[in-house]
Design a protein around this ligand. Structure first.
Ligand code: ARG
Length: 410
């Protein structure tokens, strides 16, 4: 045993109740002869917390934290990203990526309260999540030792882990093994592995967990009105809802209509491309609605500039840099832009599609008398020729010069 391993007496482990992190409790205990505190975060994935707690204790944890982080997750992570309409590579609403810095930051607090000297997680060595956890741990407390059992242990397969679990009296669920690796929270589900690893394969029916197959969605479209205040959704169909209920309601409605399925090949930070599918009804609907409201309320320059920053913001979040100085500066910027983003959006959900069909806002920049083609038109048509002449002057000159030099070579 190295000196370092001897120095580790207490470890806070991110614990899900699944096979990997259950095996990790025993494995860490054996390797470090340390006390293990299991830490589980409720970010809206649902789950039988009582049985997760019992399982951790039965497996050898000295203490279990079950932390309800839903409210903080929504207010501090989901909504700020919604303000940016954040989508990694234009598609993925970042559900998993957003939850990691929150969970890791709470683990640091627990480690400090418990005077633990290490934090541990069950991420593999080729994913993004290990980066998000480790970077957050280091940003908040660089003294803590970081242990990632899956990066170092010798188990080569799930079967070997199951064998170890059986030898060590770790309860292994009898439920049928899913071929997929699934991460789940309020903002969406991330699903990979199994047949999905061949990017040519259409996702099998059983891969999607939440949303109905759009072909089996109701034949009747459903309309929904979402009210935003300063960039944040506050009402659905005129009913004021707290953020968690609101997201859940939009998830339910979207899922019923098969809305929110995403199938993509993405660029991981660790250099590989991976195929993943996502189910994120609320994220897709609210992002679409929010961005259409901005079309009404943001001036052109702010809107276009914000889109550039949105791409950067999504990359930072995806790449585990939540605690970077740039992310907090970007937050300040987006909050400023959202002051006018209040109003209502009407969406239509139908057979896998979410279409924005109506919008209105008190501080709308859409001016009927400027836009209309009827007799109420107040746009100054006489100003157009002069504007166009000067606007197009550089292009005109370039054209003239080009034609001149073409003539010369003839
Ligand atoms: N690719 C997504 C990300 O990096 C999700 C990762 C977790 N996916 C999973 N199926 N366990 O954010």
């Amino acid at each position: 045993m190295s000196k370092k391993e001897n120095d580790v007496n207490k470890i806070v482990l991110a614990y899900s109740g699944g096979l990997d992190t259950s095996v990790a409790i025993k494995w860490l205990q054996e390797k470090y002869d340390a006390e293990i505190i299991a830490y589980s975060a409720d970010v809206g994935q649902g789950g039988d917390w009582r049985s997760i707690e019992n399982k951790a204790l039965q497996t050898g944890a000295s203490k279990v934290y079950i932390d309800d982080l839903k409210e903080e997750f929504i207010k501090e992570y989901i909504f700020p990203s919604l303000k940016y309409n954040a989508l990694y590579e234009g598609k993925y609403p970042l559900a998993t990526a957003l939850s990691r810095p929150l969970i890791a930051s709470r683990m640091v607090e627990v480690a400090q309260e418990e005077e633990a000297d290490a934090v541990a997680h069950g991420c593999t060595g080729k994913g993004n999540d290990q980066v998000r956890f480790d970077v957050t741990f280091r940003a908040l407390d660089s003294e803590l030792e970081i242990i990632a059992p899956l990066r170092v242990w010798d188990f080569k397969s799930r079967d070997e882990e199951i064998e170890y679990a059986q030898e060590n009296d770790i309860p292994v669920e009898a439920t049928k093994d899913s071929p997929y690796s699934i991460d789940h929270n309020l903002w969406g589900l991330s699903i990979e592995c199994g047949e999905l690893e061949d990017p040519w394969n259409e996702p099998p029916r059983d891969a999607y967990q939440w949303t109905v197959d759009p072909r089996e969605a109701p034949d009747e479209a459903e309309y929904m009105t979402i009210t935003f205040e300063k960039g944040i959704p506050v009402k659905v169909d005129e009913e004021e809802l707290d953020p968690e209920d609101l997201i859940k309601k939009v998830n339910r409605k979207g899922a019923r209509h098969g809305v929110g399925r995403i199938d993509m090949v993405e660029n991981r930070l660790v250099g590989i491309k991976s195929r993943e599918i996502y189910e994120a009804p609320a994220a897709c609907i609210l992002t679409e609605a929010h961005s259409h409201l901005e079309d009404m309320t943001l001036d052109r320059e702010t809107a276009h500039y914000k889109n550039l920053l949105s791409e950067k913001y999504s990359e930072l979040v995806y790449n585990g840099l939540w605690y970077s100085p740039l992310r907090s500066s970007l937050k300040a910027f987006v909050d400023e832009t959202q002051k006018s983003v209040s109003g209502q959006i009407r969406v239509k959900l139908y057979k896998g599609r979410c279409e924005v069909v109506g919008r209105r806002a008190e501080k709308s920049l859409y001016q009927f008398d400027l836009a209309t083609y009827d007799e109420d038109d107040s746009f100054d048509h006489d100003a157009a020729p002069g504007f166009i002449k000067i606007w197009g002057l550089p292009t005109q000159i370039a054209g003239e010069v080009k034609r001149g030099s073409e003539n010369e070579t003839e």
